[in-house]
Design a protein around this ligand. Sequence first.
Ligand code: MG
Length: 161
Amino acid sequence: MNTNFRIGFGYDVHAFAENRKLILGGIEIPYEKGLLGHSDADVLLHAICDALLGAFALGDIGKHFPDTDPKYKGADSTVLLKEVYAMITDQGYELANCDSTLVLEKPKLLDHIDSIREKIAELLDCSIDQISVKATTSEKMGFAGRGEGVAAYSTVLVQRK
Ligand code: MG
């Protein structure tokens, strides 16, 4: 590949369910519900995985970690993200920066954002100022606005090492 920079975009959504832990960005957030999924349903890390895969046109998270494979039942998404990032570093690239937005009505994430950023920086072996995580509501409109689930959008820029 001849370019010094590649960009990628990722999107994911998971529905809230009872009796599940809420895991966002590898951090457990105290809340009455969690997200439903074959893995731990970490919607933010899934969006970041898709953004990293997208930067190299490597397909999507479903292609690499199919939800029909029992191996990934209850999978820790921090492990999936590390595997995806290894695909990028193996090609001689590293993360320049990553910017993400979570869309959810509740819970409020203000007190957790920096812990999430720190965790992602640790997983991607970079500094916290390379990782941005934002949260917004959907103004009570749509599935996120009705509190039925969470959406995550993520963009990454990767650069040649
Ligand atoms: Mg997902």
